[in-house]
Write a protein that binds this ligand. Structure first.
Ligand code: G6P
Length: 233
């Protein structure tokens, strides 16, 4: 079993796009709203909403459509979108957890590491319940925990505090530019999830957790290993 280095004991995961693919459900719900408002909203544009809060996402869509809404209208439509989204994620199943995630989380904990889930989504707990992921985390923080949005590091700092660790003792896993910036701003190690070309600031980037072991991640962070997984395209 991997001997966890003295330096790293905390592993902090974003949810959407790292552990499960909820982005597709966010897109279905936002797209339905955009259609109702007559705003063209192709799927590529949804990439720009990654890591934004619900209200920030709505404001972007309004901006793209050149539309204005009062604060009360925005609250109403954000709520409508959220109801559609909740109906979708309530039916998620454990099969939707990305490959390799469960075995990686297991390995971390068997090696004496602690795991935290830190998500900007207020629906994170519903998603964790539907996918039976709750028992895999020592700490769970959803979108109601942090007041400041990424790239402010608050969401990750709160997770480190809950784990009783310094940021430098933790590795953050995030799939979005804003998440990578938040981790760097907080003094965390950061592994990007996805394509390296989209996450140029991440210390290292892996495509996901399939066939990924704890020793690989520690080598990437501390030994500058150039594994093929780090060269995710
Ligand atoms: C994450 C997702 C965003 C989403 C945000 C808020 O950051 O990447 O796409 O808008 O959470 O999610 P919520 O479920 O609270 O509307």
């Amino acid at each position: 079993m991997t001997d966890l280095s003295e330096k790293t004991k905390g592993f902090i995961f974003n949810l959407d796009g790292v552990i499960v693919d909820t982005a597709k459900y966010h897109y279905i719900a936002w797209r339905r709203l955009a259609d109702e408002m007559g705003v063209d909203f192709p799927i590529e544009q949804h990439e720009q909403l990654r890591s934004l809060s619900r209200m920030e996402s709505l404001e972007k869509i309004l901006e793209w459509g050149g539309l204005y809404m009062t604060e009360a209208e925005k609250l109403h439509w954000a709520d409508v979108k959220n109801n559609w989204y909740q109906a979708l994620v309530a039916n998620m199943t454990p099969d939707e957890v990305f490959p390799g995630v469960l075995s990686f989380l297991d390995e971390v904990r068997r090696s004496g590491g602690k795991t935290a889930l830190s998500s900007a989504s207020r629906n994170a707990r519903t998603v964790l319940k539907s996918t039976h992921l709750e028992p895999y985390f020592d700490v769970i923080l959803d979108g109601s925990a942090a007041r400041k949005s990424k790239p402010h590091p608050e969401c990750f700092l709160l997770a480190a505090t809950a784990l009783n660790m310094a940021p430098s003792e933790c590795i953050v896993f995030d799939d979005a530019v804003l998440g990578v910036q938040a981790a760097l701003n907080g003094g965390f190690h950061i592994i990007g999830i996805g394509k390296a070309e989209y996450l140029p600031d991440a210390e290292r980037v892996i495509p996901g957790f399939a066939d990924c072991h704890l020793a690989d991640i520690l080598d990437l962070v501390y030994k500058g290993a150039s594994l093929t997984m780090a060269d995710a395209e």
